[in-house]
Write a protein that binds this ligand. Sequence first.
Ligand SMILES: Cc1cc2nc3c(=O)[nH]c(=O)nc-3n(C[C@H](O)[C@H](O)[C@H](O)COP(=O)(O)OP(=O)(O)OC[C@H]3O[C@@H](n4cnc5c(N)ncnc54)[C@H](O)[C@@H]3O)c2cc1C
Ligand code: SF4
Length: 312
Amino acid sequence: DAGGGSFIYHLENNQVYVGFVVHLNYANPHLYPYMEFQRFKHHPLIAELLQGGKRIAYGARAIAEGGWQSMPKLTFPGGVLLGCAAGMVNVPRIKGNHNAMLSGIAAAEAAHAALAAGRQGDELDAYASAVKWGPIGRDLRPVRNVKPLWSRLGLSASLLLGGADMWINTLFGNQSPLGDMKHGKSDADATGRADRHPPIAYPKPDGVLSFDRLTNVAFSFTNHAEEQPSHLVLKDPDVPIEINLPRFAEPAQRYCPAGVYEVLRDADGSNPRFQINFQNCVHCKTCDIKDPSGNIVWTTPQGGDGPNYPNM
Ligand SMILES: Cc1cc2nc3c(=O)[nH]c(=O)nc-3n(C[C@H](O)[C@H](O)[C@H](O)COP(=O)(O)OP(=O)(O)OC[C@H]3O[C@@H](n4cnc5c(N)ncnc54)[C@H](O)[C@@H]3O)c2cc1C
Ligand code: SF4
């Protein structure tokens, strides 16, 4: 019942980037995105490509796909939100670099004009206006209904209807019979109860094409000084074991691509305890988005700490 996709980029020196996307509005809390990715690499078409290769890097990132109708207020006194911090990805094109750059240009121009006029530390309304009426707005407004349609109707139907909607928007100045569709439930609220969804058995990684999570995390070269407080903050430390474990089989154990969250038990299976291995975090922000109780807050760790992706 989960949406998603995959990509393969071919690079120089016989290198490939293999990517696997899981939409975080999935309902089955037993779903294990990392293991779905490992399984994907055993598809004959992918396995053939990777055969004889060497793993050189691993990483993970949440992509904000809310689009135009999910963008927050872009300005605050003395600052602005740009690019992916503001959710400027064009979902049907699966591209965000262009809007990240355009937003940087628009913000710099607005800041320059403000400084030239002797204004400092106020809100750059000209930036918000440039995003709304400039190339970013023209890029994102016509495609605003594609993701809500995909979530509601699945891939095939949304391709047809979403395509028609984009065409109508382009022809009629962003007017659509569908209006501005909303996204429905948050990804956290979309998570269903564990006893209403089947557990999923994943094949064991073979150590050749597929690998266990912790050895892969080593290839993100992430680093956090051990003595700092955890940057992953629980609003209520009792929620993981008292609520998330019985209701959702504590999905943090599976949705985190770095194995940061563990439920430890005594040898006889009793006394469950929630452990946060914050040193392994690759800063993807999935926990802040997907925790069904909204109990995890991702905060900024000590400066410079985090993943150090080579070639990514
Ligand atoms: C797997 C994947 C594939 C993609 N493929 C494409 C594609 O083919 N084409 C395309 O156009 N877009 C693609 N995108 C989207 C694109 O990468 C983003 O839209 C774009 O990078 C957003 O740019 P940004 O500058 O807003 O944010 P980012 O590129 O995320 O840059 C933010 C920077 O801020 C740094 N940072 C964060 N916190 C701090 C801090 N506290 N102090 C200092 N620095 C900090 C981060 O390390 C990072 O370098 C892809 C995204 C993903 C995840
Ligand atoms: S702890 Fe959260 S942000 Fe860090 S890797 Fe895991 S899911 Fe991503």
